[in-house]
Design a protein around this ligand. Structure first.
Ligand code: VTB
Length: 345
C-alpha cells in the first residue's frame, strides 16, 4: 500500500502555525458538547469548523486520512481538496475529535488534530482500520522493536533509560483485545496506564520527554497511527506499526488487497510519513495533565492550548490562544450560539 509517487518539494514556512488555527477552531466548536453524552454532535461541529478554516489556508491540500469511516462519524472525505489551491501541495490527515467518547463523557485527552506532509508522502490506510503500535522516546530509538515481545521491549527500555521496569509506564488502550498484553506488562512489573480512548495523545505522551509515560503499546486505529507517526517523528521519538485487523470484513478485504508479507510488515514512522517536512498541530478539547482543555471565562473569553510541531526543524510549541466569544469566523453558527449559551449559564 505505500505510495510510490515522489513527494513534492520542500515547504518554505512553518505550516503548523497556520494549521493550529484549524485545530483551535475544531476544539472551540466541539468543546460545548463536553460531557453531554453526544460525541457525534461534537464531532459534526468540529468537522464543519475544520473544513471552514482549512479553506482559508494557502495550500493545495488533499485529505488522505479523513477518519470517521470505522465509527460511522461525520468526516472530511478522503480525496477532498481543501485550501486556497496555491502551493504547496500537501497530504493532510485529520481527526477533528480524536476521542469522541472522551468528549461525550467529559474525560481527559480528547484533542482536535491535524498532520500535514508534502503531497504523496503519507501512507494510506486503505481498508485497514486497526494497527498495532509501539512508541517510545528518542532514547529508545534502535532499542525497542515490534518483533520482540512486550517483556523484551520493557527490559531493553529499562536498560536504555537506566530505570528498572518497575519505573516504566506504558500507555495502553483499555480494550478486551489487550487483556493478554496488560497481563504480560503487569507480570513484567511495568506500570500500566489504561485509557478507554485516545492513542494519538498516548503516542505523544510516550514520545515527549518528561510526561511520565515511557511507552505506548497495543492496537488502535490505523488513521490515528499515521497521524501519531508525524508527531512522534517530529519529536524525535520511535514508532512502529503493524496492521492488526480486528473486524472480519476488514480482515478479508486486507487479505484480498495485500500479500501475507505486506500484511505482516513492520512499518516505521518513516514509512508512514515519507518526508521530514511534516507538520503536526493538536488542540486540547478536554483537559489533560499535558495540555489544558478549552476553558470559558466571562472576562477573558475562551482559551485553548495547542501543540505545534514541525518535523523539519524539530520545533515544538505550546500555543495558548484566547478567543473572543463572538468570533464568527471561528465558530459555526450553531456552535457559536451554544458557546455563548454555556458561558452565560
Ligand atoms: C482507536 C484509537 C483511538 O478509538 O481507534 C479507538 O486509535 C477505537 O478502538 O484513539 P475500538 O474500535 O476498539 O473502540 C480511539 O481510542 C478514539 O478514536
Amino acid at each position: 500500500m505505500p505510495d510510490s509517487s515522489e513527494p513534492s518539494p520542500a515547504i518554505d514556512r512553518n505550516l503548523g502555525m497556520e494549521l493550529v488555527r484549524v485545530t483551535e477552531a475544531a476544539a472551540l466548536s466541539s468543546a460545548p458538547y463536553m460531557g453531554r453524552g453526544d460525541g457525534k454532535a461534537g464531532d459534526g461541529a468540529a468537522v464543519a469548523a475544520m473544513r471552514a478554516v482549512l479553506g482559508t489556508i494557502r495550500m493545495s491540500g488533499t485529505i488522505v486520512i479523513g477518519e470517521g469511516e470505522k465509527d460511522d462519524a461525520p468526516m472530511l472525505f478522503n480525496g477532498e481538496q481543501v485550501g486556497t489551491g496555491d502551493a504547496p501541495e500537501l497530504d493532510l490527515a485529520v481527526d477533528p475529535v480524536e476521542g469522541t467518547r472522551l468528549l461525550a463523557l467529559g474525560r481527559d485527552n480528547a484533542i482536535a488534530v491535524i498532520a500535514a506532509a508534502p503531497g504523496g508522502s503519507m501512507w494510506k490506510p486503505g481498508s485497514s482500520y486497526y494497527m498495532d503500535k509501539l512508541v517510545g522516546g528518542s532514547e529508545l530509538k534502535g532499542v525497542i522493536d515490534m518483533s520482540l515481545s512486550p517483556t523484551e521491549n520493557l527490559e531493553r527500555a529499562a536498560e536504555a533509560t537506566g530505570r528498572p521496569v518497575e519505573q516504566l509506564t506504558v500507555f495502553v488502550l483499555e480494550k478486551p483485545r489487550h487483556r493478554e498484553l496488560v497481563a504480560e506488562l503487569r507480570t513484567a512489573g511495568a506500570r500500566v496506564s489504561l485509557h478507554t480512548d485516545g492513542d494519538v495523545m498516548g503516542a505523544i505522551l510516550a514520545a515527549y520527554p518528561g510526561t511520565g509515560v515511557d511507552l505506548l503499546m497495543g492496537i488502535g486505529g490505523t488513521p490515528e497511527g499515521v497521524i501519531a507517526a508525524v508527531a512522534v517523528k517530529a519529536l524525535g521519538g520511535v514508532m512502529q506499526g503493524r496492521l492488526a485487523p480486528q473486524l472480519s470484513e476488514e480482515r478479508s478485504r486486507l487479505r484480498s488487497e495485500l500479500d501475507p508479507d505486506e500484511l505482516r510488515q513492520i512499518l516505521a514512522a518513516d514509512d508512514l510519513v515519507r518526508s521530514d517536512d511534516a507538520f503536526f498541530a493538536a488542540t486540547a478539547i478536554t483537559g489533560s495533565p499535558f495540555l489544558e482543555g478549552v476553558r470559558y471565562d466571562r472576562a477573558l473569553g475562551v482559551s485553548t492550548e495547542s501543540l505545534v510541531i514541525r518535523a523539519g526543524s524539530g520545533s515544538v510549541r505550546h500555543v495558548r490562544g484566547i478567543h473572543r466569544l463572538d468570533a464568527r469566523h471561528i465558530f459555526g453558527r450553531d456552535a457559536r450560539e451554544r458557546v455563548i449559551e454555556v458561558v452565560s449559564d
